[in-house]
Design a protein around this ligand. Structure first.
Ligand code: GCB
Length: 602
């Protein structure tokens, strides 16, 4: 090989290999952020020609180079700057009719100027891209990420120019039999840079992550840690809560982690009192603010105890589907609308199905006083014996907990939804349960399970996974997939577990504005009737500590095809995608309001 060829290949190797590990920095909303949201230029690339050459080998001069012809003869067969744009954050499916059903690669490009200062560090941070993202800065790969609903970021210190930087992201929304989730889901596989993108500026040594929560079993003692970016011992970390005149200081160990302990006379966070304290964290000259609520969550037999008091979870399930405009929800306004509807319904609890929702949602729940069930998309049929699939699930679980572990609203981490019984599945899910406990021993671990018929009139919950969970979720569709609504009337419920149970789903479809009798499918009357029978049945079951019926708002799903009724919407919402409340909304609202006032009278 000629000397110059060797140098050339070496250069390619270096430029394609010098990319870093993805990292999640805690508390992005309170950091110094330069937003890259807005319109990005895009190239739709169904055959991935911008990535592979004609022999299907990765190209060194792919679309990520954002090349321009240097003379009149050079023919470069793409041009970001002449292509159309898509809004970031946002899915591509609802922004361009041609992309409605599209599954494949779209390249995004954003150009920007940036004055970097010495003594600072810079991170390129993404709220989420669905499903797989490869990120390039100024023509060089800086990292990649798999998983459509979790945040990621890369250290780009020293890689920015004062002028004409460009970020290119290859986003591929295809999922496969091996991925989490796999190909078969009852929701739209919205592709794109679906959450915000920003450059985060930090000090050279910065607060990377922290956990500040009440110690299990105590309503006064906070037991937590702060991790700084340098793994060096003896660095001071200061934590203050000015409102309570609390100030404490600790030094990092050799792992860069400072253990934090202090006592406080907290006004405990609850749905009735969603009190958040301004917490100030400081190391060196970096000061970071955070809003944290303090509360305890435990179980006792079949009861759930919030701050030591028995609580019934008056819930509703929610997909991350935008109210009023359809498509993926991402902003504070979307979160406000959805969660205010839940409040109006009389809820104190929401199940954020079936994947981690955007951070605005969880932060809004913290402010509005809604308890949260948060889950990862281990949904239906997963490759239980595939080690890479398990590793992927563990990463998604870890990233969900990493982002949201300081939110008082979150009380339940869910590891799966409606998964079929088998030994490999049990091992897989038990690994996730153990991982969740290792990362966060203050919250409860759950999963949405299935029940089965012990006989014609008895539902039995005996899934062996129940042994490892703190709370058992249970989905059932009596009156929709399973007989007529009145079938609920004589149904008994049994469980083998002395633990709290939540009916994590029940429901049926209705098209807003379609009226008929109670036994005509898709009528508002039939949905309300189904709710009446379900609620009459469920309120008699002593071990049930709450419910999150399916679902707050109609949502897009390719499985739901019936013209005139569904038109690619799962119609089990209590509210239409346009914000219209169906009759069943009021049925559940009355039940929750009566239940709440009964509990208040006791
Ligand atoms: C379920 C699933 C949920 C579906 C729902 C339905 O059991 O957990 O994702 O959308 O049923 O509508 O069939």
């Amino acid at each position: 090989m000629k000397f110059f060829t060797k140098i050339f290949l070496l250069t390619i190797l270096i430029t394609t290999c010098t990319f870093g590990q993805s990292t999640i920095i805690a508390n992005i909303p309170n950091r110094v952020c330069t937003s890259l949201d807005g319109y990005w230029q895009v190239l739709v690339d169904p055959f991935e020609n911008g990535y592979y050459d004609y022999r299907y080998m990765p190209r060194n001069d792919g679309f990520f180079k954002n090349q321009k012809p240097k003379n009149r003869w050079e023919h470069i067969e793409y041009d970001f700057d002449k292509s159309f744009t898509l809004h970031v954050p946002g899915d591509w499916n609802t922004q361009k009719p041609e992309l409605f059903f599209y599954q494949g690669t779209v390249w995004y490009k954003k150009s920007f100027d940036f004055i970097a200062q010495s003594g600072k560090r810079y991170f390129l941070s993404f709220g989420a891209c669905n499903y797989k993202a490869i990120v390039y800065l100024n023509g060089n790969k800086i990292g990649e990420h798999e998983g459509g609903f979790t945040p990621f970021g890369f250290d780009i210190t020293g890689k920015l120019f004062a002028k004409d930087n460009f970020v290119v992201v290859k986003v591929d929304n295809r999922v496969s039999l091996e991925t989490i989730p796999m190909v078969n889901t009852d929701w739209w596989n919205y592709g794109g840079i679906t959450r915000s993108v920003a450059i985060i500026t930090t000090s050279e040594t910065y607060i990377h992550d922290y956990s500040l929560q009440l110690k299990k079993g105590s309503q006064h003692e906070v037991s937590g840690w702060v991790k700084i970016s340098d793994a060096s011992a003896g660095i001071s970390v200061n934590v203050r809560i000015p409102e309570l005149q609390i100030e404490t200081e600790a030094k990092t160990g050799t792992d860069g982690i400072a253990q934090i302990r202090f006592n406080g006379n907290f006004s405990l966070w609850s749905p009735e009192n969603p009190k958040l304290y301004d917490v100030v964290l400081q190391t060196g000259n970096e000061v970071l603010h955070e809003q944290i609520g303090f509360r305890t969550i435990e179980t006792a037999g079949t009861n759930i105890l919030l701050n030591g008091n028995k609580i019934y979870l008056r819930g509703i399930s929610i997909h991350e589907e935008a109210p009023m405009r359809t498509g993926r929800a991402y902003c504070e306004e979307d979160a406000e609308i959805l969660l205010r509807w839940a409040k109006d319904l009389g809820c104190n609890f929401v199940r954020l199905a079936h994947y981690p929702h955007n951070e605005n949602m969880v932060r809004a729940a913290d402010k509005l006083g809604l308890l949260v069930w948060s889950e990862i998309p281990v949904y239906w049929t997963i490759q239980w014996e595939n080690k890479a699939t398990l590793a992927n699930a563990v990463t998604q679980l870890t990233d969900m907990i990493t982002r949201d572990k300081n939110r008082a609203a979150v009380i339940l981490w869910s590891v799966s939804n409606e998964t079929p019984l088998s030994e490999p599945r049990l091992n897989f899910l038990n690994t996730l349960v153990n991982k969740a406990r290792e990362l966060d021993n203050t919250r409860l671990i759950t999963a949405a399970l299935e029940r089965h018929y012990a006989n014609d009139t008895t539902q039995l919950i005996d899934d062996p996974l129940g042994k490892f969970l703190d709370v058992l979720g249970c989905n059932e569709y009596i009156g929709w997939y399973d007989g007529l609504p009145a079938k609920a009337d004589n149904m008994q419920w049994k469980t083998v577990y002395d633990k709290p149970h939540i009916i994590s789903e029940f429901g049926g479809e209705a098209l807003y504005g379609f009226h008929s009798d109670t036994l005509t499918a898709w009528s508002e009357e039939s949905q309300a009737y189904l709710y009446e029978h379900q609620l009459a049945m469920l309120q008699k079951v002593p071990f049930i500590s709450g419910m999150s019926p399916w679902i707050l708002m109609d949502f897009r799903s390719p499985r739901r095809q019936l013209p005139g009724m569904q038109d690619y919407f799962n119609r089990k919402g209590l509210i239409s995608e346009k914000g219209e409340k169906k009759m069943a909304f009021y049925t559940l609202q009355k039940f929750y309001k009566d239940l709440h006032s009964k509990l208040l009278q006791r």
